[in-house]
Design a protein around this ligand. Sequence first.
Ligand code: 5GP
Length: 201
Amino acid sequence: MEESIKQIKTFKLLNNRILQEGVCLDGGVLKVDVFINHQIDPYLMKQVSIEFIRRFADLKINKILTVEASGIAPAVMLGYLMELPVVFAKKRKPSTMSDMYHTVVHSFTKNEDSALVVSKDYLTEKDHVLFVDDFLAFGNAGCGIVDLCRQAGATVEGMGFIIEKEFQHGREALKRAGVTRIESLAIVESLEGNRIKFKGT
Ligand code: 5GP
């Protein structure tokens, strides 16, 4: 009972923040710079992480994976609470990195292709990975992570997103790529007419 009350509070907290402070931009983009993408609310990140821990409690995970930059805040909070290492895929190959896995993904917000690289030192066949990110849109970043993990022989145990834009169908793309556990904390059904409509409301 107490568990479900906490869960409802997290939903309300997140959905209210999105409604009150989110801004709809053209082309199906939701701007949440006030608490995720520019200014970061650590308390909200903590609540979000606690909810991820609850939802993925049955999985055996030894590493949190994310992509730079906006995934790092929730990933670090989750890694801190779960006492697990956090690795972020970089969008450019650093000159200091020699041996790495590499893939190319399309960025919907920037409308350009970019690299995703992870050093072979930090992703191996021993890893059971939970991938977390701020948004699930078309699933391009998530599919890139699946590719990097496949190259490394690592297992993707699950993927968690703070906000899913359901109308961009990323969940289907991730399922097609073989991801079996996907959890999103706020699911936006539509941004039509610059109005944020959550699933089931
Ligand atoms: P996907 O890879 O699923 O197509 O898109 C997710 C990635 O693009 C996330 O890493 C996120 O940073 C960015 N993104 C996609 N849609 C939005 C959006 O509506 N707002 C913001 N701020 N970022 C988004």
